[in-house]
Design a protein around this ligand. Structure first.
Ligand code: AMP
Length: 591
């Protein structure tokens, strides 16, 4: 636990009366049933995320208010109001109906942050389809793996992404019937075996009935990575909308007049829960920038768009810090009033940097794909201890678990003890399954009546109830906020004819948190060389995409394995970092 001085909240930090000011009182008074009453009653007693987010605003006072302002270099901003968003998502729902897509069927979306992505996600939910947004920086292999695991029937993507990443792999995705393309030049696309989305949208009606989904009906499928095996599809339900609403209020302090910017891509859960759903629920206008990180551009957007609430990530903050103090000095942010960050540990220096450079402290918060929404957060209601991820939000009970030798887990009462972070089940956005993997799901729960969800993170709680992240309990890698499964990277490397074995670790990196590093041993007849190293880097990048591929590859004569044959990534990491090797009793001799 860091001993940095506490950042006391001042009136300057809270430029507006916050939604959340009394931590203990609000936690006592809170109930999920009362949040349910804050959501508008959907006709027929149904609960559909798209209706709550868009339709209920679309005919009322917010009809002409900007829901999303889409920004892209070299193009004028495109403002889409709540009314227009409802019409567009309705059209998209009609497109799906016209293709015979039934409720519960899977619609994948692979695109940059363009308007069509947002319309497809909301239109898919409205239709009652299950939507799975994929990250456009994925390579063909992660895309095909996920579409197959999720039995994708429809894929919405762009003509360029299709040609680069999907076309050649299409016959490896047997469930995929319809590919709807957005022409990146703004015209129409005409690729055999695909449909032009613009033409379908133009022919579809503005009117559609919102699917009468219930709270337990499946809404979104987000893939996440584990240590072994294929990615896991975390199943989310429409009822999750209650968490999105509550956390938008408590952890992001959203107010009706905000201009909000969530920098996350919808290919990751943050970009969906908080880049699409939560701001819309609160009737807030968001900006959405199609461009990649650029310090000058980002400070410019914060200033020129008058952003008031900003939700970003530690890697982006560290990149801004690295870009120096000159650029922010040229800008003014008088409207900015609340900054939050998620995805990886936020260093105390970054929290303080926010206060110095942007004039506001940065509120770190914690959650994961499985939780569907923010669980533990620094909020306007209490002072910040830099380096801590904050305290459990109203409606969330967290605990640090102790695991006995026989595997029984029990909550630790004392402060300052390291253990596995767990959450008591009962919050609405908890994932309901790992798709087709009941056993893996069951293993996430423990305690009497399986009431505790084990998060896979190690943490500590201090005497004031603040939680401090310690590390992951498994070998997954967090790079630039993205969770990467070492197995997926190892498998892609193993497909190269020269590679005999591969082991992948996260190597600490001052900017992206962890960088993907691979160790490989070669098959007989191949020799380690710089040319082969570059070839392997290129091979992995082509298959996996820039977001997942290793940045470094090192050759080893053989990889350390346990006697049962598992590659000991922990040992590879310890050796790489010059740390003690720990318990090596299961190490195969000679490794
Ligand atoms: P994902 O499911 O991709 O959103 O990744 C979730 C994981 O990211 C968590 O289980 C943590 O390991 C890590 N994480 C998320 N937020 C934080 C945070 N504020 N501090 C430290 N680690 C975090």
């Amino acid at each position: 636990m860091d001993t940095s001085p506490i950042i006391r909240k001042t009136a300057a930090d809270l430029r507006l009366a916050p939604n959340f000011a009394d931590y203990e009182g609000e936690r006592r008074r809170f109930s999920w049933a009362s949040v349910g009453r804050e959501l508008a009653a959907q006709p027929g007693g149904a609960l559909n995320i798209a209706w709550q987010a868009v339709d209920r605003h679309a005919t009322g006072a917010l009809r002409d208010k900007t829901a999303f302002r889409f920004l892209a270099r070299g193009k004028p901003p495109r403002d889409v109001g709540f009314g227009e968003l409802a019409r567009l998502s309705s059209r998209f729902a009609n497109v799906l109906a016209g293709l015979g897509v039934a409720r519960g069927e899977r619609v994948f979306v692979l695109a940059g942050r363009i308007p069509e992505l947002y319309v497809a996600v909301l239109g898919g939910l409205r239709h009652g389809a299950v939507v799975s947004p994929l990250f456009s920086a994925f390579g063909p292999e992660p895309i095909a793996t996920r579409v197959n695991l999720g039995a994708g029937r429809v894929l919405v993507t762009t003509d360029m992404l299709y040609e680069r990443k999907v076309a050649k792999w299409r016959d490896k995705m047997p469930t995929l019937e319809h590919v709807l393309l957005v022409a990146e030049d703004g015209g129409s696309s005409n690729i055999p075996g695909t449909l032009d989305l613009a033409a379908l949208m133009a022919a579809a009606s503005d009117e559609s009935t919102v699917a009468a989904t219930g709270a337990e009906d499946m809404s979104l499928l987000h893939f996440t990575s584990g240590t072994t095996g294929t990615p896991k599809g975390a199943v989310h339900v429409h009822g999750a909308v209650a968490t999105h609403w509550a956390t938008g209020r408590y952890a992001l302090d959203l107010h009706a007049d905000d201009i909000y910017w969530c920098t996350a891509d919808p290919g990751w859960v943050t970009g969906t829960s908080y880049g699409i759903i939560a701001p819309l629920l609160h009737g807030v206008s968001s900006i959405i920038d199609a461009e990649e990180f650029d310090a000058e551009r980002w400070y410019g957007l914060l200033q020129d768009e008058g952003v008031t609430v900003w939700y970003t990530a530690p890697t982006a903050i560290r990149m801004l810090m690295k870009a120096g103090a000159e650029i922010p000095r040229k800008h003014r942010f008088p409207r900015l009033r609340f900054i939050a960050s998620v995805g990886e540990p936020l260093n105390p220096e970054a929290v303080r940097w926010g206060k110095e450079v942007l004039g506001l402290p940065i509120h770190d918060n914690w959650w994961q794909t499985e939780t569907g929404g923010i669980m533990i957060a620094n909020t306007p209601a209490f002072d910040i201890k830099p380096g801590s991820m904050g305290r459990p939000l109203p409606g969330i009970d967290a605990a640090i678990m102790h695991r006995d030798a026989d595997g029984t887990v029990t909550p630790v009462e004392e402060a300052g003890i390291e253990g596995e972070l767990a959450l008591k089940r009962g919050w609405p956005s908890m994932f309901r399954a790992y798709l087709n993997n009941e056993e893996r799901y069951r293993k996430c729960f423990a305690g009497p009546n399986n009431e505790w969800y084990l998060t896979g993170d190690l943490a500590q709680r201090d005497a004031d109830g603040y939680y401090w992240f310690v590390g992951r309990a498994d070998d997954v890698i967090k790079s630039a906020g993205h969770l990467i499964g070492p197995f997926e990277v190892e498998s892609a490397l193993m497909e190269h004819p020269a590679v005999a074995e591969a082991g992948v670790i996260g190597k600490p990196d001052p900017v992206v948190g962890e960088m993907v590093k691979a160790f490989v041993s070669l098959k007989k007849g191949y020799e380690a060389s710089e040319a082969l190293r570059l070839e392997l880097l290129g091979h992995a990048r082509k298959r996996l995409g820039a977001a997942v591929a290793p940045k470094e590859i090192a050759f080893l004569a053989s990889l350390p394995r346990t006697r049962s044959g598992k590659i000991m990534r922990r040992l590879l990491k310890a050796r790489e970092l010059g740390l003690p090797e720990g318990d090596t009793s299961t190490l195969e001799s000679g490794s």
